[in-house]
Structures are given as C-alpha cells and as structure tokens.
Design a protein around this ligand. Structure first.
Ligand code: ADP
Ligand code: ASP
Ligand code: MG
Length: 427
C-alpha cells in the first residue's frame, strides 16, 4: 500500500462545487488502494481578503504579528473542515487536523516561521484507522511561545513536503490550477509549454526568481529530504510535471540549456549615489540594510573613474522586496550623515526577468541570446546578475511582460498550443 500526500491550492478549493470535486478525487486515490494525507490551502483568495480586512481596521496590521497569524490560519481551517465534511458525505471516512495537531512545530517568527520538527503522530493514527487525514496548510505551532505561526505566503506547499518527508510518503502531489510546471507563467505567456520533468536545482532557481507555482521553501525542503514532487492540475487527468531530486534511473537525458523563464514584479531598487570610494563603505551600507531586516538580491557598484583618488565616489544599486522599500530607504536616510553619500534614489517600478537552465553550466551563448532578444524588443536593461544556472536582468516593470515574451520566443520555448489555466484569479 502506498502513502500519498496530496496538496490542493486555493483555486482548487475555491467554492463548494470544487471542494466536492476534490473530495471525489481524494476518495478515488484511497479506493485505488492508497493511504492518503491531504493538505489544503484557504479557499480562493481568502488569505488576501483577510489581509484586506485587517488593513481596514489598522494602518499597520502586521504590528500585531501574532494576531495576523491567528487571523490568516483561520482560512485553512475553513477548507480543511469543509473538505472532511464533503468526504464523509461521499461515503469515506476522514478527519481534519490543524497544523499543530498534525505535529508541525516551527520557530516563533510570526508570518515567516521555519519548520523545526514534524511529529505526525495523530496523522499516523488516522491513517492506521483507515481514515483520510486532512491537514490545514501554511501553519504550525511554536513550543516555547505556545502560539500559532504561519510559514509565509504560499506556505501550504511546504506543509505538504514536510509531511511527505516525515511520513516517508511514496509521492507528494501538488495540485493547482495549471497542468504542471511550464516554461513560463502561462498567465503571462499563453504559448508556454508544460515540462514533463525538471531537476530540483532549476525548480529552486525558478521559484526563487518568482515562479509562484511552488513555494521556494517547499522546493528547498524537498531537495534536502529527497522528496520527489509531482505538480499537476486538480481539473484534468494530465500526469503533470515531475520535479526530481535525483535523476530518474536510466535517464540519459541531458539537462536542457534553458528550462524556463520567470518574472517578478514584487521587487524594487535603491541606488546610493555618491558614496566615498574607500574600503568599508559597502559594508556600512549593507549593515544598515541588514539591520532593517531586508533580504536583498542583486547588487551593482559602478567603477569610479575620477582623476583624484581621494575624492572618488561610487554609486551602489541593489534590489529588494517591494514591501521593504520604505523601511530600508528610511533606515538609509537616517544614516546619511555617517555613510556620507550625496543622494538616495528609490524605484518601485522595476521587474526582474530570469532565464534558468541546468545546461547553462556547460553551454555558452545564453547571455548573448538574452541580450539580443531584449535589444530587438527595444527593452533597456538596468541591472544584470548571474548564477551557475540562471541569468537575471532588471527592466522597468511596464516592459517586463513584453520582455518575457520576447525572450521566451528567442530561446525557442514557444508552443503551438495555448496553455490552459483552469481556475483562480492569479491574485
Ligand atoms: P495554488 O493556489 O494552487 O497554490 P498558485 O497561484 O500559488 O496556486 O500557483 C499557481 C500559479 O502559478 C499558476 O496559476 C500560474 O499563473 C503561476 N505560475 C508562475 N510561473 C509558473 C510556471 N513556470 N509554471 C506554471 N505556473 C506558473
Ligand atoms: N493561504 C496561504 C496563502 O495564500 C497559503 C497557501 O495558499 O499556500 O498564501
Ligand atoms: Mg501556491
């Protein structure tokens, strides 16, 4: 008997009819002779709507971080109970569990807690009794504070992978509103094509670059614990995409040079202008940024060309999450006198485009194809960064989707058929 973990995202449980449909699929999996653990997200856009609601009673609801977690975890509790009710009504037995009941222990950081331990004793008991176990995604419990935590937006994927690892599941299936992992977001590029398989390193880079089909921490967890994932749709029988942590046996296939591209509009840019070009200044700037608790991404410093070495100044630009822009800019403004720079520039209207592929390690020419495609489309590049298997560029946010389409075509990734997006609002 196999043990299967199935995770259903918000669009898969968006209304009563969809919940009944998921119940039917889950029961079919059990009747085929498997033990089934199901992880659910909140219905549709519930999490966003709860955040909107919090913002309508407070200008800064995240100041009450503990209460935000109490609020947001209620979304997943609604769907877990409704799914259990629907499954029972369709003649199978099921029980729902909150994250803490399922043994998901985390750090204490509200809104972005890390899983520290998974002890799914009650899930095992339910499975041994022949029940389908339903678990609320995205949430856990901190033993010291005795408080409920959340794992960050999109975190239900991570709940599913963590349970699959702890239960030594045979498969972890992530059900969403598209047929699998595509060469690009099919909402942006309908000509994107579905990948039958992708290596976990490339998946990690795509998730980090903004492809929200999988939560980055779920992919990290799967890599560390060797969990193979299958990403597929709730609304079709398509086998989906396998994200493999070890190459399938007998596979002689070479990694593609480019597996896919990802875009991210949730980034901003800060430029520190006219900072003295002396050792230690970059360290000072980024100490201020770190103290403001921001995770920065790309960094570019120009090479000053002044004649006199003593009054040479440099400009340092870096990208950061859009939500951190005000806080970090404020911290840098406050430190202006000690840092000794001339001016600070903020840009909230940028977008990041990334090209990812494991075959890049051994192939040259990817950057020249990328830059030529952007030039032909008349798109200006503001910043560039590379890793072994990724090249990212920053453009204006207005041009980002056009840039993505041009680059997708240039790398020969376009499919003749349009991808189907079955549900969801893309919010
Ligand atoms: P869920 O609610 O099921 O977790 P998400 O909205 O988090 O679903 O993720 C699914 C969405 O991810 C798709 O609807 C699609 O728009 C988007 N997406 C972004 N990049 C990709 C990609 N490379 N392949 C497939 N979907 C992608
Ligand atoms: N409901 C949460 C969110 O919208 C978690 C998830 O869907 O994975 O971010
Ligand atoms: Mg998701």
């Amino acid at each position: 008997m196999a043990l299967i973990v199935q995770k259903f995202g918000g669009s898969s449980v968006g209304d009563a009819a969809k919940i009944k449909h998921v119940a039917k699929r889950v029961i079919e999996t059990q009747r085929a002779g498997n033990q089934v653990v199901v992880v659910v997200s909140a219905m549709g856009d519930t999490t966003d709507e709860l955040i909107d609601l919090a913002q309508s009673v407070s200008a800064n609801p995240y100041d009450a971080a503990r209460e935000m977690d109490m609020l947001l975890t209620s979304g997943e509790r609604i769907s877990m109970a409704l799914l259990a009710i629907a499954i029972n009504a369709q003649g199978a037995n099921s029980r729902s569990f909150t994250g803490s009941q399922a043994g998901i222990m985390t750090s204490a950081k509200h809104g972005d807690a890390r899983i520290s331990e998974v002890t799914p004793v009650r899930i095992r008991e339910a499975l041994d009794a022949g029940d389908i176990a339903i678990v609320a995604g995205f949430q856990g419990f901190n033993k010291d504070s005795k408080d409920i935590t959340t794992l960050g937006r999109g975190g239900s994927d991570t709940t599913a992978v963590a349970l699959a690892a702890a239960l030594d599941a045979d498969v972890c299936e992530i059900y969403s509103d598209v047929d699998g992992v595509y060469t690009a977001d099919p909402r942006v590029i309908p000509q994107a094509h579905k990948l039958d398989q992708i290596d976990i390193e490339s998946m990690l880079e795509l998730a980090a670059a903004g492809a929200k089909i999988l939560h980055i921490r779920a992919v990290e967890y799967a890599r560390r614990h060797n969990v193979d994932l299958r990403v597929r749709s709730t609304f079709s029988k398509d086998p989906g995409t396998i994200v493999y942590s070890t190459k399938p046996e007998g596979s002689k296939m070479e990694e593609p040079i480019v597996s896919g591209i990802a875009t991210d509009k949730g980034q901003a840019k800060i430029t520190v202008i006219g900072i003295p070009d002396v050792p230690g200044k970059a360290a000072e700037v980024f100490r201020v940024v770190a103290e403001a608790d921001s995770n920065i991404d790309m960094i570019v410093q120009n090479n000053p060309t002044g004649v006199d070495v003593t009054d040479r100044v440099a400009d340092i630009s870096f990208t950061l999450p859009l939500g951190d822009l005000g806080r970090v800019a404020g911290a840098l403004e406050a430190a202006k006198a000690t840092l000794g720079y001339r001016d600070l520039e903020q840009d909230a209207d940028i977008g990041k485009l990334s090209v990812v592929g494991a075959g890049m390690r051994t192939h040259s020419g990817v950057s020249s194809t990328l830059f030529a495609a952007l030039a032909k489309a008349g798109i200006n590049i503001e910043m560039i960064s590379t890793s072994e298997i990724r090249i990212s560029v920053v453009t204006s946010s207005k041009q980002l989707d056009d840039a993505a389409r041009a680059v997708h075509t240039a790398f020969g990734l376009d499919s003749d058929e349009e991808a189907t997006v079955y549900a969801g609002t893309g919010r």
